[in-house]
Design a binder for this molecule. Sequence first.
Ligand SMILES: Nc1ncnc2c1ncn2[C@@H]1O[C@H](COP(=O)(O)OP(=O)(O)OP(=O)(O)O)[C@@H](O)[C@H]1O
Length: 583
Amino acid sequence: MGCVISREVQSGIVSEVKEEKSLTVESNRTVEEVSTSRGEGNVVEVHNGEKVKEKEEKSDGDGVQRPKGERRRYKPNPRLSNPPKHLQGEQVAAGWPSWLTAVCGEALNGWIPRKADTFEKIDKIGQGTYSNVYKAKDTITGKIVALKKVRFDNLEPESVKFMAREILILRRLDHPNVIKLEGLVTSRMSWSLYLVFDYMVHDLAGLAASPDIKFTEPQVKCYMHQLLSGLEHCHNRHVLHRDIKGSNLLIDNEGVLKIADFGLASFFDPNRRHPMTNRVVTLWYRPPELLLGATDYGVGVDLWSAGCILGELLYGKPIMPGRTEVEQLHKIYKLCGSPSEEYWKKSKLPNATLFKPREPYKRCIRDVFKEFPPSALPLVDTLLAIDPVQRKSASDALRSEFFTTEPYACDPSSLPKYPPTKEMDVKRRDDEARRSRAAAKARVDGGKKHRTRDRAVKAAPAPEANAELQHNIDRRRLITHANAKSKSEKFPPPHEDGQLGFPLGASNHIDPDIVPHDVSLDSMSYTFSKEPFQAWSGPIGNHPTTNGITKRKTKNTANDALDLSKPYKGTLKDKGKGKKIIA
Ligand SMILES: Nc1ncnc2c1ncn2[C@@H]1O[C@H](COP(=O)(O)OP(=O)(O)OP(=O)(O)O)[C@@H](O)[C@H]1O
């Protein structure tokens, strides 16, 4: 078949050092880096499956851990992806397609071919912007795995580039709370490529949205501790995830949480700034600096998202569910306050003039979340700091009193065993419920006169029509990226939020005729339906605002920042056309 899969996974950074010495990896010998939430310093050497010794490591200040006595011989280039030509030749000879060795040869090192027909697809379990995900069985080991099939639409160089980056990043990460890339399956003949992962039954969005599940404080601490430990590892390895949200936090039946979907992740160099796109992170979890156009940012973007997740787990629903970038920023200002004068001055954010409110907004996190456990408030407050510097680091968050005071985080293995609950399962269940409600209604209506039914159908669409509408909106959002998950870096659309609101990424994203500079943000407003939210991971799920928009204007106050039962005043106009936004 000419298909291949890797068998051995190495920690990328450690293997870079090994690669220098010898390009041949000794059989049955792997080096695993073990990390803890307190820091990442121990290297465990494993020989023939047995732990041989633990080595103390030291870092040369570049965050890369290496054994005592071994000095940094060269500064690894985090963006390096291609091995020298002769290595590419070896990889092709080993069975890898040459196009793959050309784009991410480094990530293939140490992996050996295996045939794709040794996997049996069981079910489609997920769909992403550029991939389908399947549950499958490895027929050799009997293990259940997840196969992420990457689509290459006409071999679009962008999608190849992003796929290569995701693979490279995944191979550099090795932590219990980060999804592990177990291998790649590809064919010389076809352009499709499968990424092989451990199969995970749940995601946090699905669990959180499940009506039967109410997390206790120790459980929230347990999930947050795992999330922050995974983030600490990514950041120590100079990787920004840039899309932390519930549906990207996968959970297995042992309660272990793993950060997944590194499709938007990027390497960063803390010592040498290079501009990055601000069109990343799903809207509800996107920090203010990105909405304000920052291209020079760091770990703070992931920490903000983690703060949104913590708020969500404790509050019971998403804390800032904006529909457009403007609305998102407004929600942030209302809850977290608007940036201080000092921050405006030092940050020099591209969109500052457009989004600086005339009157500053007061921060009211501690009022709004006064019901939160007292030890959680300081952490929420830190993670949701407007100035990213004040969000500190994942390691600091792990040392916060939230984790060091009783009740402590429970052990993952003590978490209840839930039925499979992914965000996708929740959506499927909602769709089924809608369909059966529609069927029941149709049976009732069936007894009525024909003319009456016709009129009723015209007057108000049947529930399944709404469901279909919702489904199409969701799909369109997935496809167009206008769903608040900025994928413009993957497939840059001309006007990313065109259908939903204002694309803020470009400096001219708002028509000054519509939003004059001297208009306070307070004068722009939006509306919410009174229905409760059903999905937790951004507007991909059922979103009440898509069901209709009320034109009623009401005055909003700081305290209604999170009060979704009240309609929020509103006349946000569509870009340049003066239309109401219909998401
Ligand atoms: N290891 C896994 N085990 C089980 N399910 C998984 C696994 N990896 C991914 N999935 C499912 O597939 C979905 C899509 O995967 P993923 O998010 O990695 O793809 P993507 O193309 O990057 O999607 P998106 O466009 O949402 O970012 C996930 O939301 C999840 O439900």
